[in-house]
Design a protein around this ligand. Structure first.
Ligand SMILES: [Mg+2]
Length: 216
């Protein structure tokens, strides 16, 4: 009997990858407009390498980019990039079927939770921008989605693994460690996979899966 459903955020509740790419491309165009003498496509490839090298939470990607392009520190260009980046990031939307499905599950009596990896402030920022921050009963943020993390969620919810369902797009983070504890896992992916107890293309397929599970 499922009592609580945990949702990943990035690429589960909203197309994080698409928005990140859009934000970076907008930033580069704005930097070129502000005076950066570089090709947009090549610069985008360089920026991606920098993000990979320093990690997504490093605060000075654009400074590193200018260094990579052998340019000095130019605050006008960097500020132009930052503004455009944040403007694009400010316009994130959930996948269209997400809000209504989550509300539907909540109304059916399930405890609706977020299980997210990253920095708490950043993940809350996303939930607020998505307009979902008051829909969830609980939000759990960890620096790493390990078995230990899922065990701590079970303790906090006072539930057994078989009473919980984890929904996410990452096999490594959302499926494997949760499944090891006996949590029912649902992989959100358009590609066939043997991982996860179930696989769905979109969140709106979830209520039918839960219903089937309850009637078994
Ligand atoms: Mg994800």
């Amino acid at each position: 009997m499922i009592k609580a459903i945990l949702f990943d955020i990035d690429n589960t509740l909203f197309p994080s990858g698409e928005f990140a790419e859009l934000a970076r491309r907008n930033a580069i165009n704005a930097m070129i407009e502000a005076g950066l003498d570089a090709d947009a496509t090549e610069t985008y490839a360089k920026l991606k390498k920098i993000i990979k090298k320093y990690g997504p939470n490093y605060p000075k990607h654009f400074n590193a980019l200018l260094r990579e392009l052998s340019m000095g520190n130019d605050p006008k260009i960097i500020a132009a990039g930052i503004v455009a980046y944040h403007q694009a990031k400010a316009s994130i939307f959930p996948y269209p079927d997400v809000p209504k499905t989550i509300i539907q599950l909540r109304e059916k009596g399930y405890r609706i939770c977020v299980a997210s990896e990253g920095r708490a402030l950043k993940q809350w920022d996303k939930l607020i921008r998505l307009g979902l921050h008051n829909i969830f009963h609980d939000v759990f943020v960890t620096s790493r989605k390990s078995e230990k993390f899922y065990r701590s969620v079970l303790t906090k919810l006072k539930l057994k693994p078989q009473e919980i369902m984890m929904v996410g797009d990452s096999i490594e983070k959302d499926i494997r460690p949760a499944r090891k504890l006996g949590i029912t896992t649902v992989l959100v992916s358009s590609h066939p996979s043997k991982e996860g107890d179930y696989r769905i293309n979109k969140i709106s397929e979830l209520p039918a899966i839960i219903e089937r599970l309850e009637n078994d």
